[in-house]
Design a protein around this ligand. Structure first.
Ligand SMILES: Nc1ncnc2c1ncn2[C@@H]1O[C@H](COP(=O)(O)OP(=O)(O)OP(=O)(O)O)[C@@H](O)[C@H]1O
Ligand SMILES: [Mg+2]
Length: 235
């Protein structure tokens, strides 16, 4: 469903992505792993249309989306939970989660999409009327992921869902990701910590200074000493 081919991206005349290629098939969980600064978030921002590629293709469900406007990419069913877990502070948790049901139609009724989002993180029900401003980091992360899911995405981009969270909240997020996986959405997840890669990940790409240096199963990655040298220092 997503096929990136030879993608080159510059930020302020520095080359950040040096021709990366990757694919995500329907229903797959694919991880993009790399150290801080490797270019994971840049890849996601480019897929979402915040950055314009210098060259290369981003094909999603048969359409070229490279350089397309962000709102159109979201309309096509690409959900995005950014690393900074953006939550609208002046909206309630419920309003944050319901937002995509207003901005994108899908075959699934809005109520069902909202119910699914709460099903992933049941704790959010208790905070439904709370303002976005009053949330902890972990709660913001849950809202951000739940909102991306309420878009009813075919493809969900999760940028470091465990980043900066206290160890106590990590199992909740991890269970949420596992539940989303069972719903059958394609997922591309960025990670800088090998220990956070779910053991049910289908495939893994290792990104090092803007280049993909490995593509394969998590098992094959762990058996490759050169790959492990890169990603074990990536915590
Ligand atoms: N707005 C920007 N201006 C200048 N340089 C940037 C900008 N955004 C990213 N970069 C640079 O691009 C490179 C890749 O950054 P990116 O955020 O994609 O890495 P990352 O793999 O997501 O890292 P992290 O694990 O820290 O989130 C880094 O060298 C970073 O300094
Ligand atoms: Mg990042």
């Amino acid at each position: 469903m997503l096929a990136i081919h030879d993608l080159v991206v510059d930020i302020q005349s520095s080359r950040i992505l040096r021709g990366i290629s990757l694919t995500v098939d329907a229903g797959e969980l694919v991880c993009l792993i790399g150290r801080n600064g490797a270019g994971k978030s840049t890849s996601f921002r480019t897929i979402m249309g915040f950055l314009r590629p210098v060259s290369g293709n981003i094909e999603y469900l048969g359409k070229q989306i490279g350089g397309m406007r962000t709102d159109r990419i979201a309309q096509l069913g690409v959900g995005y939970a950014p690393e900074e877990s953006e939550v609208y502070g002046d909206l309630s948790v419920a309003e944050n989660i319901e937002l995509p049901t207003w901005t994108r139609r899908s075959s699934r009724p809005a109520q069902e999409r909202i119910a699914l989002a709460y099903q992933i993180f049941p704790k959010l029900k208790q905070y439904a009327s709370r303002g976005g401003m009053q949330l902890s980091g972990g709660e913001r992360k849950m809202v951000s992921i739940a909102r991306a899911l309420a878009l009813d995405p075919e493809l969900l981009l999760l940028d470091e869902p465990f980043e900066g969270l206290s160890p106590a909240i990590i199992p909740t997020i991890s269970e949420g990701v596992a539940s989303i996986r069972k719903l059958g959405h394609g997922i591309l997840m960025a990670e800088s910590n090998i220990h956070h890669i779910p053991d049910y990940a289908d495939r893994l790409y290792v990104l090092e200074r803007g280049e993909i240096i490995f593509a394969g199963t998590p098992g094959a990655a762990k058996a490759d000493p050169a790959v492990m040298r890169v990603i074990s220092g990536a915590a």
